[in-house]
Design a protein around this ligand. Structure first.
Ligand SMILES: *Cc1c(COP(=O)(O)O)cnc(C)c1O
Length: 234
């Protein structure tokens, strides 16, 4: 049975997935939002196919990975065996991986600098593939974190469109681990609104309900579905 990517999952889904689905439904209800307005991205980084298969079997269709190389190793076989899956790149992208990223992913959440825009524009043209693009905003202005600084966001989004001819779908952010996420989600939503962007990729296992309250259209949930990652990864 195939489902559209946003179709709510059946109640007999694996434990973590069912709990996440219930919490998303509840958060949507609280926020008076349609459940279909939120896409759950199941973040499968570090997990092998045997852990991913039951989640596919339960009807989940949208998955996230944060490394091109890792995704390349495990996803082509899975997508071939299960038509209709969507794969999202949620981690940093190097321009020398743009070719593989455009070939492999249906969405890229980490557009954050001119060299990436240039490389993506070239590959989109060459491959005739149009992944959905999100600009990552470094809302906490953390030096070690990827993303465009909030004060540079408007100029960067304009350059994506005007200089590189990229169609931007929305914004993505990862709040600092040691801060309340809500102000970061609000800032991301505000930047999106003033740039005419409707999609917001925000919210992870610990805070996706808050993110939905603040307007998230894409929540990226890993450990709450798959369990704790034993391999260190970021
Ligand atoms: C790993 C990761 C997630 C998922 O994190 P969990 O806390 O396991 O839900 C979400 N977004 C990004 C960018 C990630 O790297």
């Amino acid at each position: 049975m195939t489902q559209s990517p946003t179709t709510p999952l059946p109640a007999d889904s694996p434990h973590g997935l069912a709990a996440v689905e219930r919490e998303i439904a509840h958060a949507c209800k609280e926020a008076r939002r349609d459940r279909m307005s939120v896409t759950l991205i199941a973040v499968s980084k570090t997990f092998a196919a045997d852990a991913i298969l039951p989640i596919i079997g339960a009807g989940q269709r949208v998955f996230g990975e944060n490394r091109v190389q890792e995704a390349k190793g495990k996803w082509p076989a899975l997508t071939q065996a299960h038509p209709g899956l969507q794969l999202h790149l949620i981690g940093p992208l190097q321009s020398n991986k743009a070719k593989e990223a455009v070939a492999l992913f249906d969405a890229i959440h980490s557009v954050d600098r001119a060299s990436i825009c240039e490389a993506l524009a070239k590959e989109i043209k060459n491959q005739g593939k149009h992944p959905e693009l999100f600009v990552q905003i470094n809302t906490g202005e953390e030096p070690q974190k990827a993303g465009v600084a909030p004060q540079d966001a408007d100029t960067f989004i304009a350059a994506c469109r005007d200089t590189y001819g990229l169609q931007i779908s929305g914004l993505m952010c990862i709040p600092p681990v040691d801060q309340a996420p809500a102000p970061h989600f609000a800032l991301c939503a505000k930047i999106a609104a003033r740039n005419g962007l409707t999609n917001l990729s925000m919210g992870m296992s610990a805070d996706f309900a808050v993110a939905i309250q603040m307007g998230a259209t894409h929540v990226r949930v890993g450990s709450a579905i798959f369990g704790t990652r034993t391999v260190p990864h970021n």
